[in-house]
Design a protein around this ligand. Sequence first.
Ligand code: FDA
Length: 305
Amino acid sequence: MSLPRPPSFRSPERRGLAALVRRSALVRRFVPGETLEAALAAAALQAALGIGTTLTYLGDTPQDPADTARVAQPYLEALDTIRERGLTCELSVKLSLLGLDAGPDRCEGVLEAICARAARGPTHVWIDMEAPAAVDAALGLFRRVQARHRHLGLCLQAYLKRTTADVDSLIPLGAGVRIVKGSYRQPRAAAYRGRRAIADHFFRLGARLLAGDARGAGVRAVFATHDLGLLGRLQDHAWSLGLGRDAFECHMLLGVHSGYQRRLAAQGYPVRALVSYGEAWLAWYLRRLAERPANLGVLLRGLLG
Ligand code: FDA
């Protein structure tokens, strides 16, 4: 009796199955799970490799931003757990999830509560930067709360031309600044276009944050990108200034360029992986894709890579 022929790899059944397996493997690689425990388990694996973790909670946009205790609860729980277990994780928060849409005052109350709890660790807290329309509000909130909590840092986006001036304004505060390329739709006139122009601006911002006055003010410069060519330029620049390895701090998504992250950490450079968790992670990722079609390219590279 002859055995039935297995379906060809070109058959729709196999292609569908492969896509499903790949997708779930990809999801496991980037988002270890929805719960804090899953995120902390991933953080423990990173810690064993000498790589730090930044946790970012992706929940639903608050239905009632006035309920500040409820809005703050997942972050306070994460901070308490990090402290109780003596972990070196940091936290990154999205102001939209802290109720920014309901007005900066309420959002400031939530951010203040989070920073006050973080001070017990102390745990460093980062503010993610979202759509360009929210940049002024984010900077205003950051300046007010950072004046009371030095362990608060801010993300700034290299695709926005204004970021040069924003970086200059933050240097005297000795702030932590995490530079990213930027992943939201941006108005044409306000933004650099094209990979080269954005990477060049990123490099100039990084060089500014590594300059003597910034280092003297206590600035913590973080380069959050997977662009290895750009990171190489920044690393060379830090070396040419005679700075120690602590000056070249690199943050990436969990699971992207893992070998590079490990090598950098083994050489004594500070490296952190961003670990997302929370029940709304899929909705959040899909929103980002809808907002900026270029994000689809990044997702596809991840799927095919
Ligand atoms: P680019 O997109 O040019 O990618 C360079 C190379 O890296 C690609 O060719 C590809 O090989 C690889 N790569 C990039 N992303 C990948 C992925 N997801 N999977 C697989 N390979 C990938 N944005 C924002 O607007 N506000 C914020 O607060 C933050 N915060 C933030 C924190 C951290 C730690 C990171 C790493 C990123 C952010 N971002 C962000 C996102 C950021 O703005 C940007 O959209 C992405 O990092 C992708 O841009 P790259 O700098 O990696 O370069």
